[in-house]
Design a protein. Sequence first.
Length: 150
Amino acid sequence: MGVATTYSAPGGKSCAPAAWAAALSTVVGFTQQKGSEAEDRACRYLQAQGLTLVQRNYRVARGPHRRGGEIDLIMRTSQGTLVFVEVRARAQARQGGAGASVTPLKQRRLVLAARHYLLRCSQPPPCRFDVVALEGSVLHWWPGAFEATA
């Protein structure tokens, strides 16, 4: 069997591999832009609630057999609690909404990334995991959304 030289693009039109890659790059860029906008909005909201931004987009490198993790926002409360924030955005509240998309697997990855981040602290502060979900124009904030049981 030969290798396909055309691909079906969105809308059912066929296109060459280079055109397909360009279309995919546009979609990925759009998704990243929307994610960044959601993180900006979540950060502004949390700052208005009294939290201070410590770091954005903390990434843990991938290993040979495991996927790395990323923490969207790391914030600190006025009491010194470190808050690891996962930001999720959906255009509409379908299939349980944006908050439901923080699966147990995603939670484990966030916990592992947080543990990696805490290695730099000589005295790790109290911590919690929050979720900020944006569904259309509605923002939901769940402080202490899950525990670090992973």
